[in-house]
Design a protein around this ligand. Structure first.
Ligand SMILES: [Zn+2]
Length: 123
């Protein structure tokens, strides 16, 4: 699909977040959600990605389930990557859907749900 502006992309991310159920939104705690073009080399290396792997979103932080002694730490950060998402989508409708899936996937990590479980759930 044709590339969209960062502003338009951030709008899609914001809409994906607003569309989440309230039970979800109420439980978000100390987490920021940002958009970037591509993952950095360091992020790719940290997650052990091969050159063929694509990273659509990234969760960095301390999941709610791991916060027994939590304090004075940086907020959790969720990054949604615009360029890989654009390049896998054929049109804007597709992009809206994939952004939603990616946002839900990364927020689920914030809640302490791992990738295996998410794949079972279809995210
Ligand atoms: Zn994941």
């Amino acid at each position: 699909m044709r590339a969209i502006s960062r502003e338009a992309f951030e709008e899609l991310v914001a809409e994906a977040i607003e569309g989440l159920p309230d039970e979800f939104l109420d439980r978000l705690d100390n987490v920021g959600i940002v958009a970037e073009d591509w993952p950095t080399e360091a992020q790719r290396r940290y997650h052990d990605l091969s050159p063929r792997d694509t990273l659509l979103g990234l969760y960095e932080g301390v999941a709610l389930t791991d916060r027994e002694s939590y304090g004075m730490v940086l907020p959790d950060k969720i990054t949604i990557f615009q360029k890989p998402l654009e390049s896998m989508c054929s049109d804007e409708e597709d992009l809206i859907y994939q952004v939603q899936v990616t946002v839900v996937h990364e927020i689920a990590h914030h809640f302490g749900i791992d990738d295996d479980r998410l794949h079972q759930l279809g995210y």
